[in-house]
Design a protein around this ligand. Structure first.
Ligand code: MG
Length: 308
């Protein structure tokens, strides 16, 4: 189908094709989430959030089940070696798929207490894993195995898999959810989606200055996303923010001006850039996975092109 793109600022014309097709690659998914593009074979791995499975879409093979049960895996990404690293609501952990296909837990505790339910993650160019830890896998039916919240709040953590050091970098948010770095990694964007929990809650993206490559400071509101929530978002190579919302992918310039909307027929949860040159936007929404070709491209930190 032809995409419906609304342009509020001419800068969007440099980023998208106004007449691009919005392709539905997969349907019938029980809450589609957490897409990641795998350059090795051109597939897209994504989570069936409420179906407790990890799925994989490939141009020739269609949709295949990669992991069942997935223990309510949510956000997925690739590390610098091209390995899948993910947030597990069910295991309340950050997990990684090893060369032999086995999934291992990298971290599931902070100060001896279980994490809430890691939701989304990003890998910094130094290999550290930055992730959000809201309690949705504990509090929301069908998104985890329930349980008791042991952490005092919902933090954003920095975890170094090389040293296993874990430390909170943002402690002031109610429900941190999506996160991404600016292209120079001097800023960290984090969304707060506490509107899910109560009507007066937040549905915005905050931005922090990254200090010494390992701390986040000076948090302030970057953009309020409406309607819906900025569950997940990505930054393109020029620093523009492409975020989920209820009706569309909303595009914000680095100066926080809303450039326009790429409408999607289902509620957008997450998105990522992909394709051989990074010029595709892969969007999980409702029960589907969508793809649209864009002029801009995503940021890539993979050290060896995903060949592991
Ligand atoms: Mg999320």
């Amino acid at each position: 189908m032809a995409a419906n793109i609304e342009i509020f600022d001419d800068r969007l014309k440099e980023l998208v094709y106004p007449d691009a097709d919005l392709e539905q690659l997969a349907s019938g998914v029980v809450h589609s989430e957490g897409p990641v593009y795998c350059p090795e074979d051109g597939s897209v791995v994504f989570s069936e959030g409420h179906g407790n499975r990890l799925l994989c879409w490939h141009e020739d093979k269609g949709v295949q089940v990669l992991r069942d049960p997935s223990h309510y895996q949510n956000g997925n990404t690739l590390d610098l070696e091209g390995r899948l690293v993910a947030c597990s609501h069910g295991q309340r952990a950050i997990i990684r798929r090893e060369q032999d296909g086995q999934w291992v837990i990298l971290v599931d505790r902070y100060q001896g207490k279980r994490l809430n339910s890691p939701n989304d993650l990003v890998i910094k160019s130094d290999g550290t894993i930055w992730f959000t830890d809201p309690p949705y896998g504990i509090t929301q039916p069908g998104q985890g195995y329930g349980g008791k919240m042991e952490q005092p709040s919902s933090f954003v953590f920095r975890f170094d898999p090389a040293t296993t050091e874990i430390e909170p970098v943002v402690t002031e948010m109610e429900r941190p959810n999506g996160l991404a770095f600016s292209p120079d990694e001097r800023q960290l964007y984090v969304s707060d989606t506490s509107e899910v929990d109560y009507p007066q809650g937040h549905h915005y993206i905050r931005v922090y200055d990254v200090l010494a490559g390992r701390q986040a400071t000076n948090g302030r509101v970057f953009a309020v996303v409406d309607p819906g929530q900025p569950d997940g978002f990505r930054v393109d190579a020029q620093g523009n923010i492409f975020t989920s919302s209820q009706d569309s992918v909303q595009v914000f310039a680095p100066d926080s001006v809303l450039l326009g909307k790429i409408y999607v027929p289902e509620t957008v949860t997450n998105l990522t850039f992909g394709g051989p040159e990074g010029h595709c936007l892969l969007i999980t929404a409702g029960e589907s996975l969508y793809r649209i070709r864009v002029k801009t491209r995503g940021l890539v930190h993979v050290r060896n092109g995903g060949k592991s």
